[in-house]
Design a protein around this ligand. Structure first.
Ligand code: ATP
Length: 305
């Protein structure tokens, strides 16, 4: 049996750091949004040891890969056997750039959990899968749900929100990535400095846009600290706003920046105009929860563990 699933990227439409937790993580309040930019994850039943392959030589295909971690955890939790999973081969066709704040590895892991739940006929319900997902990574529970959703705690406590109206999204990822650990370290360093504002001011157009009013108040608290280390990210934001984006923000801990556009043609033109050698520049769109769930093909009910 072979399952081919799309693993859609996410952007953080809004990201606020509320404080530091006793476990060392930051308490967040974020609004996630699925976008159509996606990896393809193919799961195939085999006989023999677990196999993971990827078309991008820069992505590790061993235990460091979140797909490997997801498959191992699910294998053990479902008590299918000891040690590493068996009898499945997974191939990743990567389109989502790494270390971009687009949740690429996490999306692959979420899709793997959903796919293996079917392939191994586990019949786990969403709550059980979500519990496994949060052990794989903080962004993984959202990527089982998709659409527009509020994330609290580490970002893994998910509350689905009403879908946004369809929005065009331009993603620009400069030729470098930002490590999540480093972005939070820079944030903490800045937060400790007296007189430093911890909140990023949203970048707005002079004329009020025809967008839902809240779009103008979106922000990313990590952005000022990351921009201080990587001014290119700030310049990309500015360029997107000048090109007519309703809002332009860094996604998650960067390095990708997204711009929201009302018209597909403007989004396509902007992606074309702002592309630079070594960068990724794509015009994509938001994905609703219904569409996302169809892509993931999660069973509607199931058992718990
Ligand atoms: P997030 O938004 O969840 O912080 P990100 O978009 O910043 O994630 P990833 O695409 O998950 O970053 O990649 C970060 C690192 O994770 C990569 O440098 C890579 O070594 C490792 N990694 C593990 N699993 C994967 C995977 N399936 N695809 C890509 N990278 C992966």
């Amino acid at each position: 049996m072979t399952l081919t699933l799309r693993a859609c990227a996410k952007v953080n439409l809004d990201l606020r750091v509320l404080g530091l937790r006793p476990d060392g993580y930051h308490d967040l309040r974020t609004v996630f949004q699925s976008i159509a930019l996606a990896d393809t994850v193919t799961l195939r039943t085999t006989r023999g040891p677990f196999e993971l392959t990827c078309d991008d030589p820069g992505v590790p295909t061993d235990r460091r890969n979140l797909v490997w971690k997801a498959a191992s955890l699910l294998w053990r939790l479902a008590r299918l056997g000891r040690g590493q999973p068996r009898n499945v081969a997974i191939h990743l066709a990567k389109r989502i750039p790494a270390a971009a704040g687009l949740g690429g590895g996490s999306a692959d892991a979420a899709v793997t959990l959903a796919g293996l739940n079917r392939l191994w006929r586990l019949g786990l319900d969403e709550t059980s899968l979500s519990r496994v997902a949060s052990r794989v990574g903080a962004d993984v529970p959202f990527l089982l749900v998709g659409g527009t959703a509020l994330g609290l705690g580490r970002g893994d406590d998910i509350y689905p929100l009403a879908d946004l109206p369809p929005v065009q999204v331009v993603i620009l990822r400069p030729g470098f990535g930002v490590s999540t650990v480093e972005a939070y370290r820079w944030y903490d360093e800045d937060a400790r400095r007296p007189g430093r504002s911890r909140r990023s001011a949203p970048l707005r157009r002079a004329t009020p846009p025809r967008w839902p009013a809240w779009a103008a108040s979106l922000g990313n608290d990590l952005q000022p600290s990351v921009v201080r280390h990587h001014p290119t990210i700030g310049r990309i934001r500015q360029a997107l706003v000048e090109a007519g984006a309703v809002t332009a923000l860094m996604s998650g801990s960067g390095s990708a920046v997204f711009g929201l556009f009302e018209r597909a043609e403007a989004a396509r033109r902007t992606a074309r105009d702002l592309a630079r050698p070594g960068w990724m520049a794509v015009a994509t769109r938001t994905v609703t929860r219904g569409e996302y769930q169809r892509l993931l093909r999660l069973p509607s009910g199931g058992r718990g563990v």
